[in-house]
Design a protein around this ligand. Structure first.
Ligand SMILES: Cc1ncc(COP(=O)(O)O)c(C=O)c1O
Length: 442
């Protein structure tokens, strides 16, 4: 892994970079002020930490491999989802200028008007990699959830898994506003989903996450597909965290993540019948781009029915370049990167298990949530990790249920063995002060 050091243009600053107090909002009328001052309800805790904690909403001044500088404080980044480490890869970085020379920085057309040729190249490469009939590129998964979900469901019914990513629930709100019927379900109670599906208006769509962004685990795909196919429903899978990380199983695979990183459907040996696979480049591929893998008639329908194809601006050319070159690197040495990612993740998980700690991760994939014994310790744990040089997600209630409040770390191929070992030392010390939940605990 080539590591880069980006020279600091902003000098090191001493201490925290947080503003002491929010600036007054004199430019707004009192009516607007009451909006800004309204109670944030369940998000109040997150908002308070955002205002005060150095590990939230912070500014990074310098990057050196997976080390980041915040003020004058260097930390190891375990919050990055750049799983393959392509954000730091010299081959990717070196390839970007020629795309900028040829296409400029940003085409600015909506895709409905025109798309620079790399779009077609990426869509073809993606369909080939995934083994899907076709693929449609849009800037982000957020765009896809908000426009593709309502377009596919129309006046039919949408069932969203309760733990699906917030952007899927936002897409559900949009679907309801367009006249669709929306309900939630739990993937551990598919019997209930089946009962409701029997009476649900057509077309029917079931929406789940692939590799889950908090637990790091896969959904019960075979069971979900069986239910979907039995009730003539589409299964829409947001595999933001699986794409690029897990892939088809082969005798020659370099790790249990499988080969080629072509996503959770291929990893679990399923076909694309009744499946809409959504994925993004913003995690494993370190780029601003996302896709819907689907049959060509669905792609053509979405071109006219999904607002983000017609009305949104495109991805910047640098993102098209990093996406395309990332796919080329994936074909050549992606499995090597995934073998490294797997080995680092295994090292961390083995350490967590030997400390006797509970983690939600049962898959071995590189998202590791470690709950606290007492959810009230979340902020103190966050400060401790920060002081000890670990940048990790501190996940408060209600982002996760109270029993799962704790820390979330991601491993990337750009981390080092020494960084994983340091993290385990910090975890041991953190556990002595702010007890983490035990694997065999109550
Ligand atoms: C499961 C999941 N879906 C969607 C998103 C949003 O993706 P994007 O940044 O492409 O909008 C994320 C990002 O964190 C995610 O974790």
């Amino acid at each position: 892994m080539t590591q880069i050091s980006i020279p600091a243009e902003v000098p090191a600053q001493v201490g925290t970079v947080k503003a002491a107090a929010p600036a007054p909002v004199d430019a707004y009328s009192g009516a607007w002020r009451s909006v800004l001052d309204q109670p944030l309800g369940p998000r109040a805790e997150l908002d308070r930490m955002r205002e005060t904690a150095p590990f939230y909403d912070t500014t990074v001044y310098e990057i050196d491999g997976r080390r980041v500088r915040i003020g004058d404080h260097w930390l190891t980044d375990f919050a990055s989802c750049n799983y393959l480490g392509l954000d730091l890869d010299r081959e990717v970085i070196a390839a970007v200028p020629q795309y900028l020379d040829r296409w400029g920085t940003h085409p600015s057309w909506s895709r409905m008007i025109a798309s620079p040729e790399p779009y077609a190249a990426i869509e073809a490469a993606l369909a080939d990699l995934l083994g899907a009939q076709d693929a449609l590129l849009l800037p982000t998964i957020t765009h896809i959830q908000l426009s593709v979900l309502p377009a596919l469901v129309a006046q039919g019914s949408l069932f969203v898994e309760v733990h699906a990513h917030q952007t899927a629930h936002d897409g559900a709100v949009m679907t309801a506003a367009r006249g669709g019927t929306v309900a939630r379900f739990r993937e551990d109670r598919l019997d209930r989903l089946e009962r409701r599906l029997r009476k649900a208006p057509f077309p029917r769509l079931i929406c789940v996450d692939g590799v889950h962004s908090m637990t790091g685990n896969a959904p019960p795909l075979a069971e979900l597909l069986q239910v979907a196919r039995a009730h003539d429903a589409l299964l829409y899978i947001d595999d933001a965290h699986g794409f690029g990380v897990v892939g088809e199983r082969t005798p020659h695979e370099t790790s249990p993540y499988g080969a080629r990183g072509n996503g959770i459907v291929r990893h679990l040996g399923q076909s694309y019948d009744n499946v809409i696979l959504v994925g993004g480049f913003s995690k494993a591929y370190s780029s601003l781009l996302a896709f819907v893998a689907c049959p060509t008639p669905v792609k053509n329908y979405l071109k006219s029915a999904a607002g983000s194809y017609i009305f949104s601006g495109p991805s910047p050319v640098a993102s098209l370049a990093t996406g395309l070159v990332g796919l080329q690197i994936n074909e050549r040495r992606g499995d090597e990167l995934r073998a490294r990612l797997y080995a680092l993740t295994r090292r961390l998980l083995d350490g967590v298990h030997s400390l006797g700690l509970r983690t939600l991760n049962t898959s071995g994939f590189p998202i590791i949530e470690i709950p606290l014994a007492d959810a009230d310790d979340a902020e103190a744990l966050g400060h401790f990790l920060y002081e000890r040089g670990v940048l990790a997600g501190v996940v408060p209630y209600p982002i996760v249920p109270r029993e799962n409040v704790g820390m979330r770390v991601q491993v990337t191929a750009a981390n080092t063995e020494a960084e994983i070992d340091d993290l385990l030392t910090v975890l041991t010390d953190a556990h002595a002060r702010y007890p983490l939940a035990l694997a065999d605990g109550p």
